[in-house]
Design a binder for this molecule. Structure first.
Ligand SMILES: Cc1cc2nc3c(=O)[nH]c(=O)nc-3n(C[C@H](O)[C@H](O)[C@H](O)COP(=O)(O)OP(=O)(O)OC[C@H]3O[C@@H](n4cnc5c(N)ncnc54)[C@H](O)[C@@H]3O)c2cc1C
Length: 157
């Protein structure tokens, strides 16, 4: 089970530059405090889980910075402002021959955004409309193997 909340980078900035797992007692105390508050929020929603959590771990913007190299630990990548979507350079094709960008930052946030970023990049490389090709393929697959009722309900939701 995953609990996600908003956490400004400023709450952790003083420990930027410290090493993973060796950030010091102050950082550990802040994590402990946040963990307890998040668990309380979880128990508010799912009281049956109180006393049943065998293991929990908290990551912070510094964890995301350490593992994924996002400058301020922003788990959803670049800020979703109008300015971001106006950037002409934020697209798969770059001025450097053979160098393409991909992932969520050339598309939109999250796993679905990253997947779509991949489709856009393949379209740029192959000079083919892969969005259209994927849609066509999905329609063909539906005809061959229609979704079972629970899957259909999940797709419609
Ligand atoms: C804790 C957490 C929970 C999340 N939960 C959800 C969720 O529930 N649903 C959802 O849709 N999204 C979620 N996200 C967001 C989602 O994971 C990202 O939007 C998505 O992974 C972005 O995919 P990407 O391929 O663009 O980038 P990434 O998955 O970040 O991949 C970029 C890769 O590049 C590597 N890299 C970075 N810099 C360099 C470099 N200089 N040299 C070499 N390699 C480098 C990184 O190590 C990383 O492997 C979550 C993210 C986090 C951190």
């Amino acid at each position: 089970m995953e609990v996600v909340t908003l956490a400004p980078y400023a709450w952790f900035a003083e420990w930027d530059g410290t090493r993973w797992k060796r950030r010091g007692e102050g950082y550990d105390a802040r994590k402990k405090d946040l963990s307890e508050r998040l668990l309380e929020a979880l128990y508010d929603q799912c009281p049956q889980l109180r006393g049943k959590v065998a293991f929990q771990e908290l990551s912070t913007p510094l964890s995301t910075k350490h593992f994924a190299n996002y400058v301020r630990g922003e788990i959803y990548g670049l800020e979703h402002t109008p300015m971001r979507f106006e950037q002409k350079w934020l697209r798969p094709r770059t001025p450097i021959k053979g160098l393409y960008l991909t992932g969520a930052d050339v598309s939109s946030a999250g796993v679905a955004g990253a997947l779509f970023g991949g489709v856009l990049t393949v379209s740029s490389i192959l000079l083919r409309d892969m969005v259209g090709a994927c849609t066509k393929r999905a329609k063909a697959l539906k005809k061959v193997a229609p979704l079972a009722e629970p899957e259909r309900a999940a797709t419609a939701a």
